[in-house]
Ligand binder design. Structure first.
Ligand SMILES: Nc1ncnc2c1ncn2[C@@H]1O[C@H](COP(=O)(O)OP(=O)(O)OP(=O)(O)O)[C@@H](O)[C@H]1O
Length: 257
């Protein structure tokens, strides 16, 4: 059995006057250590899918299993990286990165040392006693990544974590997150609007279509691109070929709306 399985998931949002089919008949699997991107036009259900995968909402129908368990039962071992870093401004970086461990009752001398070491690995040595406002946006997102990794999550959900950053910082952070997740062999699901980001970071890309939200097509990123860092991927011929292919699919989806 795969590490993560989604079987016949259907989700509708009900209001007193209407029902929206946000997701219809979704099935896919993710292997342990895989990096998957969810890509698609606005309203195709990416956020809804991520909320279901992370146990924030229950699907109207269907099942999700992560390592054999329902997402809701894994709450303390699910990691998030979001568009905003959600660091607490009144806490130091060290207090912020240890927060998840504290909440999960996993804070020990050992886990604290591991978290501080991660901070060093990610290039933030010496900022432990600083406050978030003293750091740049990219540094804060790196601290948020350390806070997430500190709890040693089984899986990470990344919801457009780079979209609020300037272009150069975004490219640098894509590299750093990619290398860090690969070296810790973490399974990750990224929601993004950026085709380039999806190709350069993922093993596979799931393209969703809207109205109703559905899994339209899966793209496997060529092996030659999966073994190099995201920034380098962007200069390869195979990257341009896949970019064009996905671009055309997105255009045809939008023209059918
Ligand atoms: N809480 C809600 N109540 C009612 N309808 C909702 C709710 N959340 C989402 N929807 C609808 O469900 C559909 C899928 O929304 P969702 O936010 O999952 O898509 P998305 O692909 O993440 O969009 P975007 O890229 O714009 O963030 C849309 O039609 C949206 O209007």
């Amino acid at each position: 059995m795969s590490f993560l399985t989604v079987e016949n998931v259907h989700h509708s949002y009900f209001t007193p006057k209407s029902a929206t089919d946000a997701l219809k008949n979704i099935s896919f699997e993710i292997e342990e250590g895989e990096f998957i991107s969810l890509l698609g036009p606005s309203g195709c259900g990416k956020t809804t899918m991520l909320s279901i995968l992370s146990g924030l909402i229950n699907p109207t129908e269907g099942t999700v299993l992560i390592d054999g368990a329902a997402p809701i039962s894994l709450k303390s071992s699910i990691g998030y990286m979001l568009q905003q870093d959600y660091l607490f401004p009144w806490k130091t970086i060290e207090e912020n990165i240890l927060l998840g461990l504290k909440l999960n009752k996993q804070l020990t001398e050992q886990s604290r040392a591991t978290a501080i070491n991660l901070l060093k690995e990610i290039g933030l040595e010496g900022v432990e006693n600083q406050y978030p406002r003293q750091l740049s946006g990219g540094m804060r997102q790196r601290a948020a990544l350390v806070r997430t990794l500190a709890i040693n999550p089984k899986i990470l959900f990344l919801d457009e974590p780079f979209s609020a950053l300037d272009y150069q910082t975004k490219l640098k952070l894509e590299d750093l997150v990619f290398e860090t997740l690969k070296s810790y062999k973490k399974t990750a699901v990224l929601v993004t609007h950026d085709i380039g980001e999806a190709i350069s970071m993922s093993d596979r890309i799931l393209l969703f279509a809207a109205k109703p939200g559905r899994l339209y097509k899966t793209f496997r990123v060529p092996d030659e691109l999966r073994v190099i860092r995201p920034f380098e991927v962007r200069s390869k011929e195979a990257y341009s070929v896949l970019f064009q292919e996905i671009w055309k699919e997105l255009e045809s989806l939008e023209s059918h709306e």
